[in-house]
Design a protein around this ligand. Structure first.
Ligand SMILES: *[C@@H]1O[C@H](CO)[C@@H](O)[C@H](O)[C@H]1NC(C)=O
Ligand SMILES: *[C@@H]1O[C@H](CO)[C@@H](O)[C@H](O)[C@H]1NC(C)=O
Ligand SMILES: *[C@@H]1O[C@H](CO)[C@@H](O)[C@H](O)[C@H]1NC(C)=O
Length: 518
């Protein structure tokens, strides 16, 4: 299945786990943004060298893990420009994402030579009108756009049975820790790529779980911002009520640097970004990277509803140990808390989420396809469905259905059913997370992996997933800190305090036997 050439390169690349190689040169693998900026300032690293490193990693690893759909043909030119801009400037640290290569989930629009397709063949050959709001900010800050990450096609809103990480354009994305394990999705490629050092940092999107789930499964940090904190303009939509764009990175600090670079008001997504703008702190989010960030924090451990692992399992013991660490770091753990109606919230057919999203998707995807693209072979959801039937044989897997598309296509705007669903979700949120957080004066709730995603999704609430451990087979799992709208500062303090106290993340090891079968 693999040609020997990428394999040889892969082994050469991967068998040097140290920060500097034999001749004392800087080792790029696992570098953080702070380290990259210091190395730029000291002249030991250029943006070009960094981009070349990641392009080599992509050539070597992508045939196996399929995390990247396209590389940006302009990435090296952007790196050269960043290097030229830096020359002559006073050496200083922390220049944001200037010169840093960023990988973008394939639903995030770029008005350049790259395609924006949500992983779908139907959008190949379309052209977006302009950069998405978040990409505009990245370009303005001098970031290098490295390429487009693979994803669960249409952010997992096409099919009821497509595997996580699969899309027709690039096939099946793989978990780099165990190739047969679920990489989760829909921001699968964004997570796999940063986990395997194929990019410095990446952007993902979440409607319900699509950042925190793949971050958890691939041992990286995923930050799902409050809805509206980051602009959704120019991003292929599912539900404007729930969609949000956020960082997926190897460290909390990197995720915070990326968050600082992409938040803010955008006239093209004015209502939501205006409303959330008040949450953005003076001086940005970096000030909340405090080693003692857990001190004095009141954490709601939703033990009975979300943990409940078997006693004796590795994850059970690991989480118990983490709770102990949190206490030692000064956090106050509130143990026996429950979110009212948590099981109703977690079932999208009961909560109303499914009813609302199907109608919202049809409305917003039709608007996107008809007005955001200057050129496109498809102009409506109906066109995409017809395209998929016609081009079934060109997809990289047989029998991927389009049940979700068909259900969405049969909706007819926001009617009585949808209004009732929206009201139900508002009530579930008000009587659920909001009530619990306020009554118990919590700073955050704590849950394993991405089990809490719907609680966060229906309220537009933020969450951050941090690496927490590896199971018996070496498959990663994360821990999630969630809170009310605008609570990013506290979530960052908690997540950073936890990460610094535990340091769970380790890069995946590709071996010629064991994980990588040839
Ligand atoms: C965009 O898609 C077209 C059609 O598949 C392809 O020829 C082109 O190379 C793609 N662009 C990039 C940057 O990969
Ligand atoms: C571990 O297992 C015990 C016994 O089943 C259970 O009470 C406890 O909540 C579990 N802990 C976690 C973190 O899942
Ligand atoms: C939520 O829980 C309350 C009390 O437990 C119950 O009366 C109510 O019907 C539940 N709501 C939903 C939507 O399930």
């Amino acid at each position: 299945m693999l040609s020997p050439w990428p394999l040889v390169l892969l082994l050469l690349l991967l068998l040097h786990p140290h920060r500097s190689d034999g001749d004392g040169r800087l080792q790029i693998q696992e570098l953080t943004i702070d380290e990259i900026q210091s190395a730029f300032a000291e002249g030991t690293l250029t943006s070009r060298r960094l981009v070349e490193f990641y392009l080599d990693r992509i050539s070597a690893l992508n045939p196996v893990v399929r995390a990247v759909i396209e590389v940006n043909p302009d990435a090296l030119a952007q790196a050269d420009r960043a290097d030229a801009e830096r020359t002559g400037l006073p050496a200083r640290r922390g220049r944001g994402l200037h010169g840093v290569p960023v990988l973008l989930k394939d639903n995030i629009g770029t008005g350049d030579r790259m395609n924006t397709t949500a992983g779908s063949l139907a959008l190949v050959g379309s052209a977006v009108r302009r950069d998405s709001g978040v990409v505009e900010r990245l370009r303005r800050g001098g970031a290098v756009l490295l390429g487009k990450a693979s994803m669960s096609e249409w952010a997992n809103f096409r099919s009821s049975d497509a595997p996580n990480g699969w899309c027709a354009r690039s096939g099946q994305g793989k978990n780099p820790y165990l190739l047969t394990a679920d990489p989760c999705g829909s921001s699968s490629g964004s997570s796999i790529a940063v986990a395997a050092n194929m990019a410095a940092v990446s952007l993902g999107t979440e409607t319900d779980g699509s950042i925190i789930c793949p971050a958890s499964a691939n041992s990286v940090v995923g930050l799902k911002p409050t809805v509206g904190l980051t602009s959704r303009a120019g991003v292929i939509p599912i539900s404007p009520r729930q969609d949000t764009i956020g960082p997926i990175c190897r460290t909390v600090s990197d995720a915070v640097h990326v968050l600082d670079a992409i938040v803010g008001f955008d006239p093209r997504d004015s209502k939501a970004t205006k409303k959330a703008e008040k949450f953005i702190p003076e001086g940005g989010y970096k000030q909340f990277l405090k080693v003692d960030g857990l001190k004095g924090k009141r954490l709601g451990i939703l033990r009975h509803q979300f943990f409940g692992y078997d006693k004796g399992s590795i994850s059970n013991k690991t989480f118990e140990r983490h709770f102990e660490t949190m206490r030692q770091m000064g956090a106050i753990l509130m143990e026996n808390l429950m979110i009212a109606n948590a099981s109703a919230i977690s079932d999208s057919f009961v909560s109303g989420e499914s009813t609302a999203m199907l109608a919202e998707f049809k409305l917003s995807i039709n608007t996107y396809l008809s007005s955001e693209l200057t050129l496109s072979p498809v102009r409506s959801l109906g066109d995409v469905i017809a395209f998929n039937y016609k081009h079934k044989h060109e997809e990289q897997m047989d029998d991927i259905d389009q049940m979700v598309f068909l259900a969405a296509e049969s909706t007819n705007g926001i009617g009585l059913n949808e209004e009732a669903a929206l009201n139900k979700m508002r009530r579930l949120s008000r009587e659920g997370l909001k009530k619990l957080m306020n009554e118990e004066a919590l700073d955050a709730i704590v849950t394993p992996e991405s089990g809490v995603s719907s609680v966060l999704a229906i309220g537009g609430y933020p969450g951050i997933s941090v690496p927490a451990g590896y199971d018996e087979k070496g498959v990663p799992f994360g821990i999630c800190f969630g809170g009310l709208r605008g609570s990013e500062p506290r979530l960052i303090e908690i997540a950073y305090g936890f990460e610094q106290a535990t340091k769970v993340r380790k890069p995946p090891v590709f071996e010629s036997k064991g994980h990588l079968h040839i």
